[in-house]
Design a protein around this ligand. Structure first.
Ligand code: ATR
Length: 273
């Protein structure tokens, strides 16, 4: 009986178990596969994962905050995306070996609408989530079937030095004072908005920055559109929220473990209820 789980700290709030269990049910695999949650502190992460990989009852793990860098570091093999991004959100156990992948990158690309009006993208932030987004947009994502042409990526970060480092490592440019109208795609990877802050006080955008030809992605997620996405929607822009990205990265991970293409709609329904 292959087990799967999301491993994080904390992890109680994670929607991955409900979402992945819905996908397994829809695939007719729920009797055979299970998907749970493992709350493991950073100090215990490596020993816990090594034990799960060795004992043979787990097929793999989704990895979330704060373990994505540690997951990559302990893997025996890593995909090009995971290596370049410096983080893994997916581990697979095969014959006691640990393989690392990063489906956050491909998940972002799969979340985007088929038609985007240009090839310039602005990424806000320079943390782990930004690294995945920048790499995906600049290179094309691992596991993405769609052949999405690369974007020319500009990075803005509150702390400019951090933005410089990330941009140089991943093939992007930094921008100090971006003009929103210059970009066909704007991706917010910062935590701004998560605790009810006004994004327009913290980010280099105004509530009137958006237009109907733009795609705006906000990785922040909740039941309601974030203030950033609400402003983008009001301007007629196309929006993508963090829950859609969660669904898409989860579907790519499930495909790695099971070899099956999960039902995206069933996963969306589970994640939003
Ligand atoms: P993650 O791995 O989720 O991306 P992180 O590594 O902590 O998390 O990065 C958080 C990002 O949000 C950073 O780009 C951070 O900017 P700094 O590098 O300047 O810290 C950004 N961020 C967090 N709070 C912010 C705020 N109030 N205003 C602007 N940017 C903020």
């Amino acid at each position: 009986m292959p087990n799967l789980a999301v491993i994080g700290h904390p992890v109680a709030h994670s929607r991955s178990p409900a979402m992945q269990t819905a996908a397994l049910t829809e695939l007719g695999l729920a009797g055979e596969w299970t998907y749970g949650a493992l709350d493991v502190a950073p100090a215990d992460f490596e020993a816990e994962v090594a034990e799960l990989a060795a004992e043979g009852e787990y097929a793999g793990l989704n990895v979330t905050v704060p373990h994505k860098e540690a997951a990559l570091a302990m893997a025996d093999e890593a995909s090009a995306a995971a290596s370049a991004i410096g983080a893994a959100n997916t581990l697979s156990f095969r014959d006691g070996r640990i393989e690392a992948a990063n489906t956050d990158a491909g998940g972002l690309l799969r979340s985007l609408p088929a038609r985007i009006s240009g090839r310039r993208a602005l990424v806000l932030g320079a943390g782990g989530a930004a690294r995945g987004a920048i790499w995906a947009l600049a290179h094309g994502g691992e596991g993405a079937d769609e052949q999405i042409p690369p974007f020319e990526v500009d990075v803005w970060n509150r702390t400019p030095e951090r933005g410089e480092t990330v941009a140089a490592a991943l093939g992007a440019s930094v921008v100090a004072d971006p003009v929103a109208a210059d970009y066909a795609l704007i991706v917010n990877t910062t935590a701004v908005g998560l605790r009810g802050e006004d994004p327009f006080e913290h980010l280099p955008l105004g509530a009137d920055s958006f237009g109907p030809d733009q795609v705006v992605v906000d990785m922040v997620y909740g039941e309601e559109p974030s203030p950033l996405l609400a402003a983008a929607l009001a301007a007629g822009a196309t929006t993508v929220d963090g829950l859609e990205m969660l669904v898409q990265q989860g579907a790519l991970s499930l495909r790695i473990w099971t070899g099956e293409e999960p039902d995206i709609e069933a996963m969306r329904t589970a994640v939003r209820h």
